[in-house]
Ligand binder design. Structure first.
Ligand code: PXP
Length: 255
């Protein structure tokens, strides 16, 4: 059996901007964090330009794109404004996410099935410009089928419910969510979709999800930026890389 390519690690730098914006100045700079993470060995940078600009700002996206020699995964709501920014920025990929003003973070997956008519023309525009399209969805069979029907290249499976159940000590709930993710990854890959995962991951959960043979990329933000306070961003990148490789190797041995 040939060894799989290593799972790619994308760092989400939104919360560097959250800290910066708490004081309204220019420090800490998410572009500097992205450059440091690139030097430490991440494979991509993710940033979410929210409609309310609560963390990442337009200039951060432009700065990352101009200065960081890594693929930019531009997270965005499926709005005309964001599509126009994406077309002007030309990131490697756009990850379409649901966005509600009152939420603290992206709480649920995109309703790709229910919003197909609205999403289709936006996905077509992005793809026509040569930008890969990723849909951030729950590991739900109908949503995965809708992502395929919409022409998405990638699905990013929402790991938030699983991580939350684990954090709450709800073993039954966590096991159920993990099984949904496992089946979702399998379904998506069988449809020819590239499979990513993210939300709420830490060292342990990243290692566990890396067992799935279909996972090509993990996108992680809050935990890594928080942990960088204690270990430095480069140290955290190294530890996360090790956790993911360990998980991937265990998955391969079990297969
Ligand atoms: N992937 C997507 C699509 C997200 O919206 C987020 C959160 O912004 C992440 C990954 C990263 O989640 P976390 O910050 O919890 O690691």
């Amino acid at each position: 059996m040939t060894a799989r390519a290593p799972i790619r690690l994308g760092l989400n730098v939104d919360h560097v901007a959250t800290v910066r914006n708490a004081r309204g100045g220019a420090h800490p700079d998410p572009v500097r964090a992205a450059l440091l993470a690139a030097a430490a060995g991440v494979d991509g940078i993710t940033a979410h330009l929210r409609e309310d600009r609560r963390h990442i700002r337009d200039a951060d996206i432009a700065g990352i794109k101009a200065q960081v020699a890594l693929p930019l995964n531009f997270e965005m709501a499926a709005t005309d404004e964001m599509v126009a920014i994406a077309l002007a920025t030309h990131p490697h990929a756009c990850c379409l996410v649901p966005e509600r003003r009152e939420e603290r973070t992206t709480e649920g997956g995109l309703d790709a099935a229910g919003q197909a008519a609205d999403l289709m023309p936006k996905i077509k525009q992005l793809k026509a410009a040569g930008i890969k399209v990723s849909l951030f969805i729950a590991a739900d069979p109908a949503q995965i089928a809708a992502a395929k029907a919409l022409g998405a290249d990638i699905v990013e499976l929402h790991t938030g419910a699983w991580c939350e159940a684990l954090a709450e000590g709800d073993k039954t709930g966590a096991d159920g969510e993990f099984e949904r993710l496992r089946l979702g990854a399998r379904q998506a890959a069988s449809l020819g979709l590239e499979v990513h995962a993210g939300h709420g991951l830490d060292f342990d959960t990243a290692a566990q999800i890396a067992h799935f043979p279909e996972i090509a990329e993990l996108n992680i933000g809050h935990f890594m930026i928080g942990e960088a306070i204690f270990d430095g961003l480069d140290g955290v990148v190294l530890q996360m890389r090790e956790a993911i490789s360990r998980g991937q190797a265990m998955g391969e041995r079990a297969a």
